[in-house]
Design a protein around this ligand. Structure first.
Ligand SMILES: C[S@@+](CC[C@H](N)C(=O)[O-])C[C@H]1O[C@@H](n2cnc3c(N)ncnc32)[C@H](O)[C@@H]1O
Length: 242
């Protein structure tokens, strides 16, 4: 089913991903709207509701890209303070272009593998389509756990695995054949649109990610599937006593 394409080696993944997101930044939002038929907006609203943030809480939106989730946090929880972190300066430039000085959102360039904040800094961490892109998932989850306050919550949105065989075939056809075509139409010869579906091959399925979250030290982890599991949200809590 997959088109010829070789994923970058682990040690090259970060620089590859950063460069490629820099290249597609201007078209990223349109691409997302087209390939999800706008449904990513609904899933992001769901992500933000799951944080259960309270007045004046703080939230880190990791791998924030163009800032959809960061802005949604402020829309749902206007008194919260949000930090959007991403290593792609071009993605951040798009996010900044939609931001105002008193929005409650601060954008910062940085690496999700080495989050530039001290322990127990945030009440919640959100991450949309980010975990699939980091070179070491286990290491990134440990970083997230470190910067969360005791009792804090991680909410991650990403692609999932469809369990029903026929629908899984259809989903694979869409993801590996149609999505790169849409990408190629937007930005001819841009390899990134092949990377996106292929990156899902190495990414754990819903149950495996849940297990990994618990093994990393999260106390509790829930899965919320959309579109037969093609899109999935994990909600994981840090213990109150750590
Ligand atoms: C698919 S985009 C998602 C953007 C946004 N969260 C959304 O849901 O639309 C993934 C983003 O993660 C960023 N990213 C990937 N790996 C990263 C890392 N190690 N550190 C910081 N940002 C990273 C990329 O630059 C890109 O902006």
């Amino acid at each position: 089913m997959s088109m010829t394409y070789t994923l970058p080696k682990t040690e090259e993944k970060s620089s590859y991903v950063e460069k490629k997101f820099d290249e597609i930044a201007q078209k990223y939002d349109l691409f997302n709207d087209l390939i999800t038929l706008g449904m990513h907006r609904y899933w992001k609203r769901f992500v933000v509701r799951q944080t259960g943030l309270r007045q004046d809480n703080s939230c880190l939106d990791l791998c924030c890209g163009t800032g959809d989730i960061a802005r949604e946090i402020i829309r749902q929880y206007p008194s919260c303070k949000v930090t959007g972190l991403d290593f792609s300066q071009e993605m951040l430039n798009v996010a900044e272009s939609k931001n105002s000085s008193n929005s409650g959102i601060e954008y910062l360039q940085g690496d999700a593998m080495d989050i530039p904040f001290s322990e127990a800094s945030f009440d919640a961490v959100t991450i949309g389509y980010g975990l699939r892109n980091v070179p070491n998932l286990d290491g990134c989850l440990q970083e997230i756990l470190r910067v969360l306050k005791p009792g804090g919550v991680l909410v991650s949105l990403d692609v999932g695995k469809v369990r029903l065989p026929l629908i899984a075939e259809l989903n694979n056809f869409y993801f590996f054949r149609i999505v790169p075509l849409i990408g190629n139409w937007l930005m001819p010869d841009q390899e990134m649109f092949k990377y996106l579906p292929h990156s899902s091959l190495e990414y754990p399925n819903q149950e495996m990610l849940k297990r990994l979250l618990l093994e990393t030290g999260f106390m509790q982890a829930e899965i919320h599937d959309f579109v037969f599991g093609a899109s999935t949200v994990h909600v994981a809590h840090k213990s109150n006593n750590s």
